[in-house]
Design a binder for this molecule. Structure first.
Ligand SMILES: [Zn+2]
Length: 395
């Protein structure tokens, strides 16, 4: 069974609903903060981290403004955060932090044991308080059975269970994710390069503006009226940048789906380890790149995405197998094969996914298409038609 999430905008109308909504979000933050503080104390005293069941027993009746299922969900999320931080630290990543931030508000999660749909409304119970009634938008169709509802400020997410669709995979493609080239995809015959310049520019713009706003904020008293005004501006801007990046990734993955319909995708693993070795500036670009978002979208738009380890995939010649470093264009010094570096990476990922190893072959992509994710022709046609195509028969 797969899952699909539907999101829509929502804020309460009535005053009592606002109160319930705010109280529930504050209560969720209080639970999270209590756990953060207790976790710090337990670590300091070198005690054993209690089991989830024990936390659930501890939290019983302490948070009267939350449904018991919501309490259990938040405890589960916290436990998961602790576990993943511990695993990362055991692997040697000392930059991984345990949850430390204290929140004022937090999203409230309702499971399907608590939330239910009654006549076009989702009913969300909140412990002792009156249940919230969220009116579903009229054109919204849920793709399956409701599993979970998540309420954040201005937005409701509904997670539904969908049956797995069996689509026969005719072709398989290799995908290399990157920064300057957001997606390089190839099926062995033709290659598609989607520019990531716009996403990169958005991330850089966001970071630059955040830095300047933070500098302005540092002259103000924390919590003052002017400080809050700047804080609001920060949130607005981050939200805008996030929406723009999401739009870009959606359009980029839609291009891949249309170019290679129902293909099985092999995608290079996001290189978080590599991000630590490169410089600061580059690391920011890499970590801000939306790789996991792209993999998730490719997974449901094509017929499944499999991650493949990608070391040396863009440094190894696909024809003769010699290894060398290069800049944007790969030119082999032994056999003279030349292609954009990302095409070489995608081709090697495809071969590693298919055969389990880097196999050398003279069968290389002959047609390379360059695209921008949000470039549309004036006639409103498909973006692929407005692109320039280049023959890459340089081999
Ligand atoms: Zn070569």
């Amino acid at each position: 069974m797969g899952h699909r999430t539907v999101a829509f905008k929502w804020l309460p109308h009535a005053r009592t609903d606002w109160q319930t909504f705010t109280d529930a979000r504050k209560e969720a933050a209080r639970l999270w903060n209590d756990m953060v503080v207790r976790h710090q104390r337990i670590r300091r005293l070198n005690w054993r981290w209690p089991s989830r069941r024990r936390w659930e027993r501890w939290a019983k009746c302490r948070y009267p403004r939350l449904h018991s299922q919501s309490v259990q969900q938040i405890i589960g999320e916290f436990d998961e955060a602790i576990r993943s931080a511990r695993q990362l630290r055991q692997k040697g990543d000392l930059a991984a932090r345990y949850p430390w931030k204290l929140h004022r508000y937090r999203d409230v999660i309702y499971t399907n044991q608590a939330a239910r749909i009654v006549g076009g409304d989702v009913i969300l119970p909140n412990g002792g308080r009156k249940a919230l009634r969220v009116h579903l938008p009229p054109n919204l169709i849920l793709p399956g059975r409701l599993i979970e509802a998540r309420v954040s400020y201005g937005r409701v997410l509904l997670v539904c269970e969908v049956p797995d669709e069996a689509h026969p995979a005719q072709t398989s493609i290799g995908v290399d994710l990157g920064v300057n080239t957001l997606i390089a995809a190839t099926d062995g015959d033709q290659a598609l390069l989607i520019s990531g310049r716009e996403a990169k520019a958005t991330v850089q713009w966001c970071n630059k503006r955040l830095a300047s706003l933070s500098a302005k904020q540092s002259h103000r008293v924390k919590g003052s009226r002017r400080w809050k005004r700047l804080q609001r501006r920060k949130h607005r801007m981050v939200c805008k940048a996030r929406n723009r990046v999401r739009d870009i990734t959606h359009k980029a993955t839609a291009i891949v789906r249309e170019a290679f319909p129902a293909a099985a995708v092999y995608v290079g693993e996001p290189f978080n380890d590599a991000a630590r070795k490169v410089g600061r500036k580059q690391a920011q670009q890499v970590s801000s790149a939306c790789n996991s978002q792209l993999i998730g979208q490719l997974d449901y738009k094509c017929s499944g995405a499999t991650t493949v380890p990608e070391p040396y995939s863009s440094q190894t010649c696909p024809v003769c197998g010699c290894r060398q470093r290069c800049r944007r264009t790969y030119t082999c010094q032994q056999c003279g094969y030349s292609a954009p570096r990302d095409v070489v990476g995608a081709l090697n990922i495809l071969r590693r996914g298919k055969h389990g190893a880097l196999v050398q072959s003279t069968h290389v992509p002959t047609r390379i298409t360059y695209l921008r994710p949000r470039c549309r022709s004036s006639s409103g046609g498909h973006p692929a038609r407005s692109s320039r195509q280049r023959e890459a028969a340089r081999f």
